[in-house]
Design a protein around this ligand. Sequence first.
Ligand code: ARG
Length: 456
Amino acid sequence: MWTGVTAGKTDPLADAFNSSIGFDSRMYRQDIRGSIAHAHMLSAQGIIEPSEAERIVSGLTGILADIESGALPIDTSCEDIHMFVEQELTARIGDDGKKLHTARSRNDQVALDLRMYLRDESETIKSLLKDLCRTLIETASQHQETIMPGYTHLQRAQPVSFGHYMMAYVSMLLRDLDRLGDTVRRMNVSPIGACALAGTTYPVDRESEARELGFDSVGANSMDCVSDRDFCLEFMSTASILMMHLSRLSEELILWSSWEFHFIAFSDAYTTGSSIMPQKRNSDMAELIRGKTGRVYGDLMSLLTTLKGLPLAYNKDMQEDKECVFDACDTLVMCLKVLAPMIGSMKVFPDSMKKAAQKGFINATDLADYLVRKGLPFRDAYKISGRIVAHCIDADCVLEDLDLKTYQTFCPLIGEDVYAAIDLMNCMQKRTSQGGTSVGSVEEQIKQALELLKND
Ligand code: ARG
């Protein structure tokens, strides 16, 4: 279709190398939708006849229906999806089909299609992300009084509720949701009408074409319109951060499902066995989510590297954008789809969590705080609490086991009320500060999160 000055035939290997239809055919809906809007604009501007536009639009509508129904297989001998649709249109309606590409280039066409494709995918991702948030919130509300150790440096640190823990991930995911919204906002600028690079001599109406396609505005500079792939990079950055969050969560779930922790168990639906060890329950799904995170980072790095040395405007290198972006989309969608029901169906073992919380002196800070309430400066209280912990380690017991007499050998200010002060549930419930782990604080976090989900 592009044989202009080039009369000779291209080598079949070169054709195969040059072709992108193997991966860009998935944009057929966006391509056809864009072409219909283009025909409307051409006719409204008097660039083609209304009757010609009508035949183009009905031809395109037929092609869309036939691709959807499977009646029209995509001809992979075409260079890309744009060529395929145009070729099929001309085969169906004759010469009118050849007018569609007036005041357009594949350079602005592909930029348009990809923006629309990613915009659509982002909607899917947003809704999956919200499903995941709701699942985590549901789990959180069931476990507001389930005590577990919170860790720093992977050392038991202070008691938190499992609900509080889950809500930490909701906070991360809500930022991802917001970031995706920002990404789409900047993505939603139309490049169509930039043509090859310099704009066009035809009296096009870029604004109306953009509006018909649901864009918020029109790209300001035609050269930028056809050479910009920031929207892909932003999308993949957002996807990478989101995957990093999913990966951290997966890592925790993997650890927690081990016998060493035994905090949770995945349902059989999300567990695999070993081909040799009959006792094994492997958390393959969570491991794969963790693993696939590297792949999405790779997609981002790949396109950043492809773009870094490119002069303006379009260069064929840019055809390499699509496989990275599609891979990032597909991977992310799969991970989100698997993770939500995996969390929704996992078993939580509050008793194991409690047992872990009872070891590790995670109430030592509370003992120090108790001494502060008795009038000691925090630094002195900290030292005394440390000495008591050291004593317990030597005696192989926990703070709750010491009798009052022993306590008083460390500090005469200690009274019977010390036991309430170091009680794990009390320790948790006293952390009523905003964002803290008490039931009331977590309740507030849940309320806020649900509000954000509703408004988005
Ligand atoms: N398949 C091409 C791509 O994905 C479409 C744009 C081709 N433009 C060109 N001037 N060869 O980037």
